[in-house]
Write a protein that binds this ligand. Structure first.
Ligand SMILES: [Mg+2]
Length: 312
């Protein structure tokens, strides 16, 4: 662990550096609060031991700045100072210090207090990792690793709002694996999951960085294509269809199967008198998808309000 030592007394800095280095810590040194603040902004050292009285910027001001910064991880701060009055201790803690030690300090006590800080930082790290994992679970589909329906809905809604604001088209591509039930029936659900994963990987690889891809449910996937008209969306969908057709899902005892998919495209345009909602777009993409299924599967259909689907 790295510790940032902030003190205007060079002798004390040296003593602390020697002692803490010997104890196995990596040490950074700053001669006043301003230097420490600049260093911390670059490195975000998670444990700081700071003096109170220093020229340019004092300890309490440094602490206030660190506390005011929006950095995702916690910084544990121990104040080390000659001020020892009760009101000083209270002021230091109220400025945001986690702990307080008075000079001259006992090295054993300092070491013990650093250990407390490390324990708290470890707890915070574990907690934020658990939260990140929960966030991942809440927004992603475990089988495919893509966004789940709820998360996709949130992104799609934001994109529709943005498209309306910018007066740009927005396209949805609804994709359904053809004869997926047969894959499950013939090869088991484990292979079915592998096929879903393979299609999801193909989707993720073929989408553009600003597109959103997710599992809509079952063997159905939805792709949200910002600033994309129906012609362009049909090209993206066709490229996807071909890539999926070329994807091989290996069988456990050798060999491989391939899957195919049908895709439906719907686009919101901003002609006067037309109001699009998310549900309408999803419904239209579904309609186009059904038409692709009806017309023989393994194809792309674009939704057409006049019910004459354009097939590519
Ligand atoms: Mg001082």
């Amino acid at each position: 662990m790295k510790i940032l030592i902030v003190d205007d007394d060079p002798v004390l800095r040296q003593i602390l550096q020697t002692y803490l280095s010997r104890a196995g810590y990596e040490v950074a040194l700053a001669e006043d609060g301003r230097v420490a603040w600049e260093m911390w902004q670059k490195e975000h050292t998670r444990l700081i031991i700071t003096d109170w009285m220093m020229p340019v910027m004092d300890g309490p001001e440094l602490i206030r700045r660190v506390r005011g910064a929006s950095f995702p991880h916690y910084t544990y701060i121990i104040m080390l100072t000659a001020k020892e009055g009760k009101s000083d201790v209270i002021f230091g803690l109220e400025a945001g210090a986690d702990d307080y030690l008075t000079k001259p300090f006992n090295t054993g006590e300092l070491r013990a207090r650093i250990s407390i800080g490390e324990r708290i930082l470890n707890l915070e790290t574990n907690l934020s990792q658990a939260l990140a994992r929960m966030e991942e679970l809440a927004t992603h589909d475990p089988v495919t690793g893509l966004l789940n329906r709820r998360a996709l809905y949130t992104h799609a809604e934001a994109e529709l709002n943005r498209a309306q604001r910018d007066r740009k088209p927005l396209s949805f591509v609804m994709l359904d694996i053809d004869h997926f039930k047969q894959v499950n029936d013939q090869h088991g659900h484990l292979l079915g999951d592998k096929a879903l994963h393979a299609v999801a990987t193909t989707l993720a690889q073929n989408k553009r960085p600003y597109d959103w891809a997710g599992r809509w449910g079952g063997e159905e996937f939805l792709l949200v294509l910002p600033a994309t008209d129906s012609q362009e969306a049909a090209l993206v969908a066709e490229r996807l269809r071909v890539s999926i057709q070329e994807t091989r899902v290996p069988l456990p005892n050798g060999g491989a199967i391939s899957v195919q998919a049908s895709l439906g495209v719907a686009t919101s345009t901003f002609e006067p008198g037309k109001a699009y909602t998310l549900d309408l777009l999803v419904h239209q993409a579904d309609e186009a998808l059904l038409r692709a299924k009806r017309e023989g599967r393994n194809r792309v259909c674009v939704f057409d309000s006049k019910s004459t689907a354009v097939t590519t």
